[in-house]
Write a protein that binds this ligand. Structure first.
Ligand code: HDD
Length: 706
């Protein structure tokens, strides 16, 4: 049942595939076209004729090719895959797709938030992490991010947040960047954003690859078991390749060299069979423990530290198939956190509650009407049977004369599940006894404790990156008032952090929140400041990306072999073999594309050159020896590669005969990431250095220009 479900989605998608091989060109109505080059004219130099329906058919369609891009998360990349449940969760949820051993087809869309559809992948930004599970009980959407908390607590503030971070309305600048006045104006008036802003200023916001980032459901949701018992749950996606980032200087350069860097990386790896995988983890909180913690589990600006509630792994997701068509699949997929299956329910998180309206509403507009569920990418595998009918773009053809309920003419069908003793979706029964109020709960009033937890959990190098990111962004803010207001927030989190950023931007941080900020905070919490509760933990290891390097893998990492004519083939082959054995990829980069001549004779076709490639798009560098060294020593682009690789804390290896190039570069001082043959080091040391992902110790060494 489960495995055939997986195939059902593939069959469904295949039915919609159009294959033009050996097909004659037609109009949209299937009329064969003889001439697709010329409009119909009165005489060969005459005016075009209105009756040219073939031209009109083509042009009218072209004129309507664009649909509105998503208001947020417009820039995205998608892939098909499968989820396999690996744990028995029946005590907590009746969701069929979480039954141990069940395989469920899915589609994932990763995205940036602020940039337009054509913006760069490497923006400093949150990444969307949306998964649509095509389960045998209907579609379930887990629409999360790569950051476990959110900027605002109530959906009412969402449009304002988005307007603030998007390009400014008068001049539509800057693109895909939060480093401008309106964003910092908003967040400095909204201290509830402090925790998430800290994440956004950390390396989490510049991932090395979409395959190397965590995902989070963010909100607390509810599992509901067969007996109707609820358990609060937080969802986590843990990447098998680990969580890794690039440096900010690197990210900015990648944006220029390859704005599709993340999209390309995902596509190419799936294409090569390097299927990315994530484990799905859950943190379970019994209903009785709802009020147990120092924070409110309904507050989306809070996470539950893994030390407090451990993450249990309940399944694995594998992305194994690229879309056939970007628009039909990645663009037209409609995610909606309001799409639940039996066994999963909302919590009362006011941000989540607000999302439940917004997504279906936006899809109705963006995809042009209420039948977007019928697009192949959005169709459920178990079909849909109801009395909804008509509307723009309706594709299903309903049989018979009955489209209402109850009916007798249609045999009462489609019938209520309970009529046949079957079960459908049932909301978790929760007793509510409250006044109708437009208010913020006092339990949401602590904005700084978890921002501090995050900062304190970072390694010194990661903290330094955070300081630099705040300094960069606030330096771009023109208003000194806004900069000062944000420093006041930073001071509440950590005076040392505020002082460091302050000294980078020439300001002394105020020791208390600005009056304007307090005015906004007191709107929600009239008694502010409210004494925060003692946190359960002051540090959480899981929040740092500088994880245990011994677990490192270099699978799918790209190593640039910097070569030129006359290079020693044996040196190339030796490294290549060893790196490939670890699952890494060796890419030969030469002064030009075409034939590369080896020292030993023979040649190799080169696809990548110093003209088209950039050091920032590679993970590590190897310079073999040979006559090539003379050529490289005259090539500024070569030095840019190694200088930049060094600056960005990557591993660099040099064969003995190539070490003169190190002396001619800006690389100074030996460290664990500089592999020299004359020091008795080999490719094994190179691999070991690569496994650290970054040569962190180099962070504090002299920064080299690049
Ligand atoms: Fe949202 C898209 C994630 C709060 C309204 N959101 C969107 C996408 C992701 C998220 C991953 C892209 C989906 C895709 O790939 O197509 N959004 C989040 C998370 C949030 C969040 C993790 C907080 C925890 N969002 C949020 C709120 C609202 C929205 C509070 C409005 C009340 N989000 C939208 C939207 C979008 C969207 C405007 C744009 C396109 C779309 O929905 O399909 O409706």
């Amino acid at each position: 049942m489960a495995a055939s479900d997986e195939n059902k989605k593939i069959e469904q998608m295949n039915k919609s595939l159009i294959d033009n091989t050996n097909q004659r060109l037609t109009t949209n109505d299937g009329v064969f076209i003889t001439d697709n080059n010329n409009t119909l004219k009165a005489g060969d130099r005459g005016p075009s004729l209105l009756e040219d329906f073939i031209y009109q058919d083509k042009m009218a369609h072209f004129d309507r090719e664009r649909i509105p891009e998503r208001v947020v998360h417009a820039r995205g990349s998608g892939a098909h895959g499968v989820f396999e449940a690996t744990a028995d969760m029946s005590a907590y949820t009746r969701a069929a797709f979480l039954k141990k051993g069940t395989k469920t087809p899915l589609f994932v869309r990763f995205s940036t938030v602020a940039g337009f559809k054509g913006s760069t992948d490497l923006a400093r930004d949150v990444r969307g992490f949306s998964v649509k599970f095509y389960t045998e009980e209907g579609n379930y959407d887990l629409v999360g991010n790569n950051i476990p908390v959110f900027f605002v607590q109530d959906a009412m503030n969402f449009p304002d947040l988005v307007h603030a971070v998007k390009p400014e309305p008068n001049n539509e600048m800057p693109q895909a960047a939060s480093a401008h006045d309106t964003f910092w104006d908003f967040v400095s008036l909204m201290p509830e954003s402090a925790h998430m802003v800290m994440w956004a200023m950390s390396d989490r916001a510049i991932p090395r690859s979409l395959r190397m980032m965590e995902g989070f459901g963010v909100h607390t949701f509810k599992f509901v078991n067969a007996a109707g018992k609820g358990t609060f749950v937080k969802f986590h996606w843990k990447p098998k390749l680990g969580v890794h980032q690039v440096a900010w200087n690197e990210a900015q350069k990648i944006s220029g060299f390859d704005a599709d860097f993340h999209r390309r990386d995902l596509w190419e790896n799936i294409d090569k069979g390097n299927f990315p995988q994530w484990d799905l983890g859950v943190q379970l909180i019994p209903e009785e423990d709802e009020f147990r913690y120092s924070f409110d589990i309904l507050d989306p600006t809070k996470l539950i530290p893994e030390e407090v509630v451990p993450v249990q792994i309940i399944g694995t997701m594998t992305l194994n198939r690229n879309p056939e068509n970007f628009f039909a699949e990645t663009e037209q997929i409609a995610f909606d956190p309001g799409r639940l299956v039996p066994g999963i329910d909302f919590s009362n998180d006011p941000l989540l509650q607000g999302r439940v309206f917004s997504y279906a509403d936006t899809q109705n507009y963006r995809l042009g009407g209420p039948n977007f569920h019928e697009l192949p990418i959005n169709r459920s595998v178990n079909g849909k049977h109801n009395n909804q009918k008509d509307g723009t773009g309706r594709q299903d053809i309903l049989k018979g004369n009955v489209s209402y309920f109850p009916n007798s003419l249609g045999g009462g069908c489609p019938y209520h599940a309970m009529l046949k003793g079957e079960k459908g979706f049932e909301s978790h029964q929760e007793k509510i006894d409250a006044s109708k109020v437009r208010k913020r709960s006092t339990s949401f009033a602590d904005h700084f404790t978890q921002a501090r937890l995050f900062f304190n959990s970072q390694s010194p190098e990661e903290q330094e990156h955070i300081v630099n990111a705040y300094s960069f962004e606030l330096s771009k803010v023109k208003s000194v008032d806004i900069r000062t207001r944000e420093l006041a927030i930073l001071h509440q989190i950590d005076p040392k952090l505020a002082a460091k950023v302050g000294s980078n931007i020439g300001l002394t941080p105020p020791t208390s929140l600005d009056e304007l900020t307090l005015q906004f905070v007191r709107h929600n919490h009239p008694d502010y400041p409210i004494e925060p509760k003692d946190p359960e933990v002051k540090k959480s290891k899981a929040l740092s990306m500088k994880q245990d390097p011994s677990k490192g893998t270099i699978k799918t990492r790209k190593v640039a072999f910097l070569v030129a004519d006359g290079v020693d083939m044996n040196k190339v082959e030796h490294y290549k073999k060893a790196l490939e054995a670890e699952g890494a990829e060796a890419v030969l980069i030469a002064p030009n594309v075409g034939k590369l001549k080896y020292k030993q004779g023979g040649s190799e076709e080169i696809q990548f050159s110093f003209l088209t490639e950039a050091s920032v798009c590679y993970d590590a560098f190897y310079t073999p020896e040979g006559d090539s060294v003379n050529i490289l020593s005259d090539l500024p682009e070569y030095f840019q590669f190694i200088n930049e690789g060094f600056r960005h804390c990557k591993a660099l290896a040099f064969a003995k005969g190539a070490e003169s190039l190190v002396e001619a570069s800006y690389i100074k001082g030996k460290d664990a990431g500089l592999i020299l043959e004359s020091d008795g080091q080999s490719v094994t040391d190179f691999i070991k250095a690569m496994k650290q992902h970054r040569i962190w110790e180099r962070e504090s060494a002299r920064k080299v220009p690049s």
